[in-house]
Design a protein around this ligand. Structure first.
Ligand code: HEC
Length: 101
């Protein structure tokens, strides 16, 4: 029973990692599709660290977030083949707006 639950969870995570958001998706849409299952739908953290106001990420330069997204980091997968450069920029802009609140 437990093994089934774990397999189901892995399936959900894998599906979330593979699906590409539409080219015109906003930063928020991209975040909710690809990031929220690990970082929380309000950036509060979960499997991955919090990214919102007061987090380590909030104190880092944009380049730090761009690198984490494109290269991956520890258990976080790389999104270099999932997202275009423009989408990564929109995503970082969205995180900055949320961190400023
Ligand atoms: C499968 C789970 C998972 C997904 C999906 C995921 N992350 Fe992560 N993320 C992590 C984990 C775990 C870490 C911590 C890695 C480490 O430092 O070992 C992390 C770290 C980060 C960091 C660095 C935070 C810090 O303070 O060190 C940023 C920024 C980040 N993620 C942004 C994102 C964004 C944006 C997305 C969506 C494109 C995303 N992540 C998707 C799991 C995930």
């Amino acid at each position: 029973m437990r093994r089934v639950a774990i397999l189901a969870l892995l399936g959900v995570l894998a599906a979330a990692c593979v699906g590409k958001p539409p080219e015109v998706a906003t930063g928020e849409e991209i975040y909710l599709q690809l990031c929220s299952n690990c970082h929380g739908d309000r950036l509060q953290g979960g499997l991955g660290p919090a990214l919102g106001p007061g987090s380590n990420a909030a104190t880092q330069p944009d380049q730090f977030m761009t690198l984490a997204i494109t290269e991956g980091r520890g258990r976080m997968p790389s999104f270099s083949t999932t997202l275009t450069g423009a989408q990564v920029d929109r995503l970082v802009e969205y995180l900055r707006e949320e961190q400023a609140e």
